[in-house]
Design a binder for this molecule. Structure first.
Ligand code: NAD
Length: 477
């Protein structure tokens, strides 16, 4: 069992302010404990990262990439263990968590390869003798603040590019997923020079706040709620610190009359119910063209009754518990609101177990929801879907866009014309045709518009933009 500790300057440090971590599937079961780190812990981690910064920068990209290759090799043999730990700690079904652990390994390999790729441009100079080009410089110490819903992939898709491009890192994982981060760090932390990669756990309001305000931090990469992201944006802007914030979503699927119905239903179920709907890219609104509404709803209802909900450690579990008592309460409150704002099709409060038996929420669908209803506008982050009827493609696109978020949206259609109109007009960072709203690949840019993002992008080569500054060089011989 993992007990509270931080990884600072290449050493594990324990403390006496640990708090227990309980399983969301069995709230009386203790899974381990994490430290509630203080300002002193944050200072120690940032000081270590700063001290390591110059030497790490001088290592060069190729050598840094080699360290990431070694980290991938070290992590791969324990993907099953990591998946089981994530399942026990935050409730993601183990089969899904295993896929995420493999993704973390693949991310490390991708950014290891970045160590061999070019990073600048040669630009013609009006002075024929001069050599003008751009190169990239790391920011320095980067704070990485992550949510609990992807305990392995999200920390890794920030940490790996930060490191290969020459930054040193202090990672602060979410309170509900820190054990998985600690186990990951046990395998890879010591593969890097002392101080290059540090991990501190604790509450967002204390440890996270101290970290983002630390005067030696030169970059903040945050993923989490829109409320906290907006706060981080304010703090970073006031302090002149580069930041990126990837935040909430309220993602829509549009089902047209010519859609492949089986595909649309399967993708809606997967997008809405995997990870118990706790993905920023989860499907939470389905906008159905009126001609196909009844047929779609029948198939969706039928499909949802076959979903296997249960212990996240069982390999055939499709839907596990939500992460915590507070998340259980929040989703239950939205379901109660849904009874007033829509017509219950499946699930609902009466089908949901008592919280003492695990934070399980029944897969829930409301029909006849108005686009302006709160359940259709606010991020619920649970296995709950609102179905909205539209009378035309134009109306469906307008409903898709009529929201503060802009992360992901899908359309199911056989018409190229319809698909292209949707791609053109929809206001999101990720648009998908005949594919579910979740599931963007690691080598492609990821991020949103509107309140979903600071308009920066993560993953793939986009990470270079955030984790480095451009330096323009002109040399006259
Ligand atoms: P959260 O905002 O509550 O917490 C995220 C992280 O921020 C945690 O590590 C937390 O400890 C920390 N934090 C909280 N307050 C802080 C403060 N004042 N200063 C510094 N750090 C602070 O989010 P969550 O509940 O962990 O995650 C769920 C949210 O994340 C959802 O809104 C979801 O849509 C979003 N999310 C977005 C993406 C994306 O890429 N767009 C991906 C996954 C999750």
């Amino acid at each position: 069992m993992i007990e509270g500790k931080n990884f600072i300057n290449g050493q594990w440090r324990t403390g006496d302010n640990a708090t227990p971590v309980m399983s969301p599937a069995q709230p009386s079961e203790r899974v381990g404990s994490i430290l509630l780190s203080t300002q002193d812990d944050v200072n120690a981690a940032v000081d270590a990262a700063e001290a390591a910064s110059i030497a790490w920068k001088k290592f060069g990209m190729v050598a840094r990439g080699n360290h990431l290759f070694q980290a991938a090799e070290a992590l791969e043999p324990i993907v099953d263990e990591l998946a089981a730990l994530a399942a026990r700690e935050m409730g993601k079904p183990v089969a899904e968590a295993r896929g995420e652990a493999l993704r973390a390994v693949a991310i490390l390999r991708y950014y290891a390869g970045e160590g061999l790729r070019s990073v600048g441009d040669v630009i013609p100079s009006s002075n024929a003798q001069s050599l003008q080009y751009t190169t990239r410089t790391p920011l320095g110490v980067v704070a990485v603040v992550t949510p609990w819903n992807f305990p392995l992939a999200i920390p890794m898709w920030k940490v790996a590019p930060a490191l290969v491009y020459g930054n040193t890192v202090v990672l602060k994982p979410a309170e509900w997923s820190s054990l998985t981060a600690i186990r990951m760090m046990e395998r890879i932390g010591a593969l890097f020079p002392q101080g290059v990669l540090n991990l501190i756990t604790g509450l967002g309001s204390i440890t996270g706040e101290a970290l983002i305000r630390h005067p030696k931090i030169r970059g903040i990469s945050f993923t989490g709620s829109t409320t906290v992201g907006a706060h981080i944006a304010e703090v970073a802007t006031a302090n002149g610190v580069k930041y990126q914030a990837e935040m909430g979503g309220k993602n829509a699927v549009v089902v047209t009359a010519d859609a492949n119905l089986e595909l649309a239903v399967d993708s809606t179920v997967s997008g809405a119910m995997r990870s118990a709907g706790q993905k920023c890219t989860a499907t939470s609104r389905v906008i159905v063209l009126s001609e196909i509404h009844d047929l779609f709803l029948d198939r969706l209802r039928e499909r949802l009754t076959k979903i296997k909900q249960g212990n996240p450690l069982d390999t055939d579990t499709y839907l596990g518990p939500v992460v915590s008592a507070s998340q259980y309460q929040k989703v239950s409150d939205y379901i109660a609101l849904g009874d007033q704002e829509g017509h219950l099709v499946v699930g609902g409060v009466h089908q949901t177990r008592e919280a003492t038996d695990g934070y399980y929420i029944a897969p829930t669908v409301f029909d006849q929801v108005q686009p302006s209803a709160r359940i259709a506008q606010e991020e619920i982050f649970g296995p709950v879907v609102s179905v909205i009827t539209a009378n035309s493609l134009e109306e469906a696109i307008s409903v898709t866009n009529g929201i503060r978020y802009g992360l992901s949206a899908s359309i199911f259609t056989q018409s190229l014309h319809t698909a292209l109109q949707f791609v053109e007009e929809v206001e999101v960072g990720l648009v998908r045709v005949n594919e579910e709203t979740a599931g963007v690949e690691l080598q492609a840019p990821f991020g949103g518009v509107k309140a979903s993002s600071s308009h920066s992008r993560e993953q793939g080569r986009s990470a270079l933009e955030f984790y480095t500054d451009i330096k323009t060089v002109s040399i006259r011989p």
